[in-house]
Design a protein around this ligand. Structure first.
Ligand SMILES: Cc1cc2nc3c(=O)[nH]c(=O)nc-3n(C[C@H](O)[C@H](O)[C@H](O)COP(=O)(O)OP(=O)(O)OC[C@H]3O[C@@H](n4cnc5c(N)ncnc54)[C@H](O)[C@@H]3O)c2cc1C
Length: 407
């Protein structure tokens, strides 16, 4: 009998964990599983700010996918997905190749929302992928080197747009990483400016006021200039224009102001709401029996008005239920409705401070930073067991990761 073909698009948090769960759930020979990702590596998205600031080596953040999966159970294919033909049950790849599926999981993650602000798409540096944050690091190094030649102060001004979790993590990491880079490249750190711009009245505006106050103090102690309640109007290669006639001469605007679903999902002939694939309670794309979607490219309504946020925590919990539901569909069993359990959120502000909430506990300071490490370690445990934690913390290779595919 022909084996059903399961194809998973995207080996980010949602995709790779689903494939690992399927490895456990499927009986030998029960189905063919193919995992498709544009890069050879899986990256720890929640640590990308470290790549941007140069505070982690490549291999701590990006891991070879073939090392993370069981090649006897999952076939990995490095390829960029360009579209899905729902009628023909085929996935189209860059270069013209197609892969047929019986069951499809779309877990292609997010893209950057620029809100149509002039110059952002062209000139800002996005925290989007391992490749894009490597570009931030390379930009910093380039500006430090060029400053030595022309002493143009705009080269040493680094602006982070967005004071949400990702922006705060990037700011903390820059504050810690830049002094070391300046020393290495023999540039005076005293001349460096780190600037935060946020449209809301404060950083992490969705958090209790004690957390906001704590975060603001840590950032100010790092000498970071905060422009709150201020919108960015334009970005050029040499400046950022803000409201109230403020212009900041800079070559580096780091953009962390929101995400939307991967644009590939727009043209697949599937229903799309707010740039994302709406899914039912079983994580199947609306009106589809054999196409599932999880993570940042999917839209799961937790109630009539509110969708689940685009977080790793959501993608990971969905992966667990999605794997079970794919197997149940193949076996003709009953599907499990997805229920999200929020366990808390913690953002690092450099190595020794963090802010967040776990359960009803408000976290900050060193203990918060420790909890952030625990959360990251738990993910590695899920992904590759204790040996992966040891490898990532002590035995990682210093060999740089080659980045080829775009984004
Ligand atoms: C800096 C940063 C910090 C964050 N911190 C936190 C945090 O502390 N806690 C938290 O819960 N969430 C955090 N998030 C959000 C979290 O990382 C995302 O919600 C999560 O990665 C979503 O998982 P996903 O599987 O949907 O997508 P992703 O993890 O983005 O995976 C998508 C995968 O699809 C691949 N892909 C994309 N397009 C194609 C294509 N055309 N063809 C083939 N492959 C493709 C990508 O290469 C990637 O491997 C953070 C995000 C960022 C950027």
């Amino acid at each position: 009998m022909r084996k059903p073909k399961i194809v998973i698009l995207g080996a980010g948090y949602g995709g790779i964990i689903t494939s690992k769960k399927l490895e456990k759930l499927l009986k030998s020979g029960e189905a063919d599983v193919t995992l498709i990702n544009k890069h050879e590596y899986h990256y720890i998205t929640t640590q990308l700010h470290k790549t941007g600031a140069g505070t982690a080596v490549d291999r701590q953040i990006a891991m070879e996918i073939p090392d993370l999966i069981d090649p006897d159970k999952t076939t990995f294919k490095k390829a960029s997905v360009t579209g899905v033909d729902v009628q023909k049950q085929a996935v189209h790849l860059e270069g013209g190749e197609s892969v047929d599926y019986d069951y499809l999981l779309i877990a292609l993650g997010f893209d950057i929302e620029t809100f149509g602000i002039p110059g952002i798409k062209e000139h800002a540096f996005a925290i989007r992928s391992f490749r894009s944050t490597k570009a931030i690091y390379n930009q910093i190094i380039r500006q430090l080197s060029l400053y030595k030649e022309d002493k143009d102060p705009s080269r040493l001004t680094f602006v982070v747009a967005g004071g949400g979790f990702t922006g705060v993590e990037m700011l903390g990491e820059l504050a810690e990483g830049l002094p070391k880079l300046c020393k290495k490249y023999d540039v005076p750190f005293d001349e460096v400016k780190i600037v935060a711009v946020e449209a809301a009245a404060s950083v992490i505006p969705f958090f209790p006021k004690e957390s906001i106050q704590y975060t603001t103090e840590v950032l100010e102690n790092f000498n970071i200039q905060l422009h709150m309640s201020t919108k960015i109007l334009e970005c050029t290669p040499e400046k950022v224009v803000l409201e109230n006639d403020i212009e900041i001469p800079t070559r580096t605007l780091i953009w962390s102001c929101g995400v939307k679903g991967n644009p590939i999902v727009q043209d697949c002939g599937l229903p799309v709401i707010k740039n994302k694939l709406p899914v039912d309670s079983f994580l199947r794309v609306q009106d589809m029996k054999n196409i599932f979607s999880i993570g940042d490219c999917s839209l799961f309504m937790k109630d009539e008005k509110n969708a689940l946020p685009p977080t790793a925590q959501v993608a990971l919990q969905e992966a667990d239920v999605c794997a079970k539901n794919i197997v149940a569909t193949i076996r003709g069993g009953s599907l499990k409705a997805f229920e999200y359990h929020h366990k808390g959120s913690v953002a690092s502000i450099g190595t020794f401070a963090a802010v967040g909430k776990v359960g009803s506990f408000r976290l900050s300071g060193l203990f918060g930073a420790f909890m952030k490490q625990v959360i990251e370690a738990r993910y590695l445990l899920n992904l590759g067991g204790p040996s992966l934690i040891i490898k990532q913390h002590f035995g990682f290779s210093k060999e740089p990761v080659k980045v080829t595919a775009n984004q």
